[in-house]
Design a protein around this ligand. Structure first.
Ligand code: FAD
Length: 310
């Protein structure tokens, strides 16, 4: 069995595996796609000490770093089920989609998350060419330009307030008849002079010139009229979905599917830790995921040295 098995090969999982291996313990990492969301990212400007890099470059660097250590790397492997240890201190088992079972004394879950997409024409085509999902990451790219934020929940309204300080103009588009964000956020948003709020609106298409976004169309849900908004950027803020469907029933998740962790990355199961975008940790970012992954590995090591010898 492994001492530490990591599920997920994004920034959180890779950091966890490296920190574990550096303790000289048997470490494995299984990932559907080594690199994770980073592979879908273009420019990265907020990985501290690296002023600029690109997603695929960072993913390659993470892989190179992993290979410096004696880590059993199982890429292109999807976990399908977690079978918790029968007794405290026992072995946990992760069953892969191919049927294989991996046994481990401690486990780090880092399966990440995916942004919910609008599913309208043009969205996929103009991803990273004006269609963005992360205001902390891509906001500064739209300095002085016009953008829309899709979604009037807390994340959408926070994004609109954040962007209003950077860009020329923000149009916030909400499907429902009213915004769903906390009242304080709504009040703040309404106090800003360069923000328009459109409710009862369904985004129907992302428009572009082949190279980049030029605007969007939305349908007024009361009248069915279709309107066009000219702009350079669209931030989709309709939810971040954790990749935790396979963990349902075996470990405590929030209503939204996030793995509940404490300050040390400990989950509801002894010996099982979690890190990154799949957890309740606030702010989903690369540096934060790396830090949380490192922390989970140190917590796992702490757990292991307190176990009775195997
Ligand atoms: P992920 O990167 O999501 O990795 C999850 C890993 O788990 C992957 O390897 C995946 O294949 C694997 N996995 C999932 N389910 C399973 C399973 N059942 N079995 C096995 N493996 C599984 N952050 C920044 O800090 N700066 C940026 O500029 C930035 N730009 C972004 C741009 C885009 C377009 C996107 C989508 C995100 C961006 N982010 C950025 C956010 C950042 O990518 C995430 O916060 C970070 O990747 C989270 O790391 P993670 O390891 O928790 O999860």
């Amino acid at each position: 069995p492994f001492d530490v098995l990591v599920i997920g090969g994004g920034p959180a999982g890779v950091a966890g595996a490296i920190y574990a291996a550096r303790k000289g313990i048997r470490t494995g990492i299984a990932a559907e796609r080594l690199g994770g969301q980073v592979l879908d990212t273009m420019g990265i400007e907020n990985l501290i000490s690296v002023p600029y890099t690109e997603g695929p470059k960072l993913a390659t660097a993470m892989e190179t770093h992993i290979k410096e250590y004696d880590i059993d790397v199982m890429n292109l492997q999807t976990a399908a089920k977690l079978v918790p240890a029968k007794e405290e201190g026992g072995l946990h088992e992760v069953v892969l989609e191919n049927g294989a079972g991996l046994k481990t004394r401690s486990l780090i879950l880092a399966p990440g998350a995916r942004w919910r997409q609008m599913g309208v024409p043009g969205e996929e085509e103009y991803r990273n060419k004006g269609v963005a999902y992360c205001p902390h990451c891509d906001g500064p790219l739209f300095k002085g330009k016009r953008v829309a934020v899709i979604g009037g929940g807390n994340s959408g309204v926070e994004a609109a307030i954040d962007l209003a300080g950077l860009v020329a103009h923000v149009t916030l588009i909400e499907f429902d008849t009213q915004l769903r964000a906390d009242a304080v956020l709504q009040n703040k948003l309404r106090s800003l002079s360069n923000v328009d709020i459109i409710t009862s609106a369904m985004t129907t298409e992302v428009l572009g010139d082949g190279a980049k976004v030029k605007g969007l169309t939305y349908k007024n849900r009361n009248t069915d009229d279709v309107h066009e908004v000219a702009l350079e950027g669209i931030f989709v803020q309709i939810g971040l979905v954790p990749n935790t469907e396979w963990l349902r029933g075996s470990i405590e998740l929030t209503e939204r599917g996030e793995i509940v962790t404490d300050m040390r990355g400990q989950t509801s199961l002894p010996g099982v830790f979690a890190a990154g975008d799949a957890t309740t940790t606030p702010y989903k970012q690369i540096v934060i995921s790396m830090g949380e992954g490192a922390k989970a590995a140190l917590s796992a090591f702490d757990y292991l040295i307190r176990l009775a010898p195997a």
